[in-house]
Write a protein that binds this ligand. Structure first.
Ligand SMILES: [Mg+2]
Length: 376
């Protein structure tokens, strides 16, 4: 990570609250498939084709990917990516029709498939059956739900399953939040998203203070009101709309993969995407300030003793003076002590890295440590 100034280190050591932006900071910032639910077509309509009765969730994902194969919509891209990740062949569509605000329609292998929201299903006269309640549960958890309906020959389309898509947390977000809370720092989340989505994400990441439905221009205002309550606040963000809040915060922390504006405004830049580096930044700042204070303390003690000695305080009683050679030597020792004490920070390992080493048995670090022995 990059501290742009010494002042940033000093302020980072004193933080009592941290506000995270949600999208792109705590989360990856792009939707990905979280749920694939198989419908039960026999409950929806009798007389469906037998092949529809033996579907697997993989089929749902594969066919949904086929309908979206020509789509450039982020949700469509998420579905195609999910299918590819599972090693599924994305079928080619013969024709494709985007239905704005509702979904897509595509002809694949002589069948007409529909993928879209409730509105599209209602339009096509497709009953949702048991999927309706599943969809509601997913939506309550902040996910976007798309239904897949299939129609062959002259038959009416039948719902085959649904796909839940959501912006997902970055790998280490929850751990970072937990560690910050352990450090006694209050953690909050700030987002323009609706309260339901915001709270679903907050619950996953372990944050209970949620500031949702905040307009971009009001983000800085939220930070200011926390400061007015006496908190020393850091803001962590990635977007253009986070910049005013980053500037308002006592310490603005920008994600390295974020926008240039955020990185210009932030005083600390996290070069990697890993949010545990926020913890590392604070721990390093605290350790640095501790060193600064230690050095000041010992410099004062040292000088308080040696200046009177140099001035000849022992002369009247003991006839002892400090010779110029000794004075020069003692002066050098003083500087050396401070330097050595500071250099001892080279061995400083912040807590996330420390525990990684302990838990990483048999992997990377340990192998590195063992290799020389083996080759010897
Ligand atoms: Mg953002």
């Amino acid at each position: 990570m990059l501290f742009k100034s010494a002042e940033a280190i000093e302020k980072a050591a004193k933080l009592t609250a941290i506000v995270f932006d949600k999208t792109g900071t705590l989360t990856r910032g792009q939707p990905s498939v979280t749920d694939v639910v198989l419908g039960r077509p026999e409950l929806v309509l009798s007389g469906v084709e037998p092949q529809l009765l033996s579907l697997t969730p993989e089929d749902i994902l594969q066919w949904a990917a086929g309908t979206e194969a020509n789509s450039e919509h982020p949700l469509g891209e998420a579905i195609i990516l999910a299918a590819r990740e599972r090693g599924l062949q994305v079928p080619a569509a013969d024709s494709f029709n985007s239905l704005p605000g509702r979904g897509v329609e595509a002809r694949i292998a002589g069948r007409t498939d529909f993928l879209g929201n409730r509105k599209l299903m209602a339009e096509q006269g497709v009953g949702l059956g048991d999927l309706a309640s599943r969809a509601e549960t997913l939506e309550q958890n902040g996910k976007t739900v798309m239904f897949l309906a299939l129609a062959s020959a002259e038959r009416r389309p039948v719902v085959a399953g649904l796909i839940g898509v959501a912006d997902t947390l970055k790998e280490h977000s929850a751990e970072a939040v937990r560690r910050l809370q352990q450090l006694g720092i209050e953690v909050a989340m700030l987002t323009g998203d609706n309260r339901r989505t915001a709270e679903a994400i907050a619950a996953q990441v372990g944050i209970d203070r949620v500031l949702a439905e905040v307009l971009p221009q009001d983000k800085a205002e939220q930070v200011r009101s926390l400061q007015a309550q006496g908190r020393k606040v850091a803001m962590v963000g990635d977007g253009v709309n986070d910049a005013p809040a980053l500037a308002q915060a006592n310490v603005g922390i920008a994600i390295g993969s974020g926008t240039d504006v955020a990185k210009k405004t932030g005083e600390v830049i996290l070069v990697k995407e890993d949010l545990r580096d926020v913890v590392v930044a604070i721990e390093i700042a605290k350790a640095t300030m501790r060193k600064v204070k230690e050095n000041l303390f010992w410099a004062f003690v040292y000088n308080a003793i040696s200046i009177p000695l140099g001035a000849g305080i022992l002369y009247p009683l003991l006839r002892v003076v400090v010779s110029p050679e000794w004075a020069a030597f003692l002066m050098a020792i003083s500087s050396l002590t401070v330097t050595l004490n500071t250099l001892s920070m080279r061995g400083y390992v912040p807590s996330p890295k420390r525990e990684e080493r302990h838990s990483d048995q048999g992997s990377g670090l340990r192998q590195l440590a063992e290799t020389p022995v083996a080759t010897r």
